[in-house]
Design a protein around this ligand. Sequence first.
Ligand code: ADP
Ligand code: MG
Length: 291
Amino acid sequence: MSEKGTGEQGTGDRAASGPVVELRNVVKTFGGSAGRVQALSDIDLSINAGEFISLIGPSGCGKSTLLRIVGDLISPTSGDVIVNGKPAHRARLDRDYGMVFQAPVLFDWRSIQANVELPLEILGLSRTERRERAERMLDLVELGEFRAHHPWQLSGGMQQRAAIARALTLEPKLLLMDEPFGALDEMTRERLNAELLRIWERSGSTVVFVTHSISEATFLSTRVVVMSPRPGRIAAVVDVDLPQPRNADTREEPRFFELVTEVRDRLREGGLDEESTAPGEGELIVAEETP
Ligand code: ADP
Ligand code: MG
């Protein structure tokens, strides 16, 4: 992810790029003394460079499991996970995307600035470059004036923004987010949604985003992947043909409401509607460069 403003990874070259993620016949079964759970069945999905994909579905349908498989945090029981044309594990070793951190994993004894700098420190970047990058990202998430604060001095939403800033300092090509705004109030969530789209536009990165909010998925995504439970599978994929860039006005457009309705209908066909999609833990996972 470029943050230097040179635009070399901008949106222009998106169309030319091939798939960043390819899932073929992915199955995941969790075993153990307590019994077996088939979490995912027959998952086929191809994600192109620069797409913004949301995974939506009721609690327990395997969204987090699928995201973790893409991030090579866990292996599928069977099937292929191809990232940048090679097995996900190989891609991770090659640093096509790196270690996947969960957030907010902010260290209380470090300032916000020092938290955001941490991955850059591990990579061995110079003090000056670390500071510059961290400051730019903190400004982007509007936490510039809180850089000297400690995590416990910030609200939950601000901590989540700090976690996002930290993830972005590593310029990930592939951003994996698991209900990052789930615990926030609606106003904050809408503002962060707009911010995230701005970052996505600028960086040209590919995002896979888990949410249980139909309107959030519709507003953010180029495609919404609707999942159904027991076992988790892809029930439908909805193309979101709303123009870019999107802003507050997008939410007022008739087409936006049509698409929201379509996603809701697909969820119902899949067996459950929005009311039964319980909020997740509001965790954030980001593919980052491996130190
Ligand atoms: P979602 O994120 O959509 O709420 P998850 O991917 O967390 O769903 O879980 C899908 C299913 O797999 C659930 O039935 C869950 O209990 C089960 N599951 C997830 N992780 C594990 C695990 N490590 N061991 C056993 N079962 C698991
Ligand atoms: Mg989950």
